[in-house]
Ligand binder design. Structure first.
Ligand SMILES: C[S@@+](CC[C@H](N)C(=O)[O-])C[C@H]1O[C@@H](n2cnc3c(N)ncnc32)[C@H](O)[C@@H]1O
Length: 256
């Protein structure tokens, strides 16, 4: 059974006590290690701030919203959708689609197996990592692990419910009210941050009413959001990080 290092990662403890994964190798030869999935100041805290806040607003304002996540990684955002919905007293059926893209097959497979309790098929290191992420997301909420897992199991009933890499020729079959754009940086995956690509994601993926949130703040992103008629809020970055971006496009007739 594979360990994180076998698929090119190591776990990293962040300052709020939640785990992240860091790539063992960098695309930048001057760097000793690759990119971490989260800010060292707190993987969970960063997720709740950048993605949890808009997710809550979407759930409060849109009936059966659809969510698109780019970058499953360790599953923090998916768990955060379940957390926020459960905190509002919603059930899995109160959320429309949760479409998650992840380029690494092992990350899709491990998350799926962990979610559905195929514990014997995962190394204890990998299993413990997901359990720890779940504990961090639930901390202080009073929600039960079982409720959150049941919520996600209802959305990811089979492995194929987790999509592979988002590629330049993508075709969406749904429109999304929340787009949580959590890809690696432009150094690691440049095409995901190009203006025309981002505009295509918005043009073809966003519902009339849509929140687009990301930890990044880039000119290409602002241009794409403007072209797609989103109002842009540059939010303070997480713990000294550069600013993050929230784009919102509201059509009053679609709100609760
Ligand atoms: C910053 S991490 C995401 C962290 C994640 N949201 C979490 O909650 O743990 C970026 C992820 O995007 C994935 N990725 C890279 N290129 C991708 C692509 N073209 N499509 C989908 N995912 C991609 C990486 O494998 C990595 O897991």
């Amino acid at each position: 059974m594979k360990l994180w290092k076998d698929i090119g990662f190591e776990t990293e403890m962040t300052e709020d006590g939640s785990l992240s994964l860091r790539q063992l190798e960098s695309v930048d030869p001057s760097k000793y290690k690759g990119e971490s999935m989260h800010h060292s100041g707190g993987a969970c805290a960063e997720t709740l701030l950048i993605y949890g806040t808009p997710i809550r607003e979407i759930l409060q304002k849109v009936i059966r919203p659809n969510f698109l996540i780019v970058g499953l990684g360790m599953g923090y955002i998916e768990m955060t959708i379940a957390r926020e919905a459960l905190l509002l007293g919603r059930r899995a059926s109160d959320v429309g689609r949760i479409t998650t893209y992840e380029s690494l097959p092992e990350l899709r497979e491990y998350f799926y197996k962990w979610l559905h309790g195929y514990e014997n098929e995962l190394s204890s290191e990998v299993r413990k990592t997901y359990n720890s992420v779940l504990g961090s997301v639930l901390l202080g909420t009073g929600l039960s692990e079982g409720d959150l897992l049941d919520f996600l199991r209802a959305h990811f009933t089979q492995l194929d419910d987790l999509q592979g890499a988002l590629t330049e020729d993508f075709k969406f079959v749904n429109r999304y009210h929340g787009i949580m754009y959590d890809a690696f940086s432009s150094k690691t995956t440049p095409f995901l941050w190009g203006e025309d690509f981002l505009f295509k994601v918005l043009h073809e993926g966003a519902a009339e009413t849509c929140w687009f949130s990301t930890y990044a703040c880039r000119v290409s992103l602002k241009n794409a959001l403007q072209r797609a008629h989103f109002a842009i809020t540059v939010r303070p970055g997480f713990v000294g990080k550069r600013n993050s971006t929230l784009g919102v496009r509201i059509s009053e007739k679609t709100l609760i």
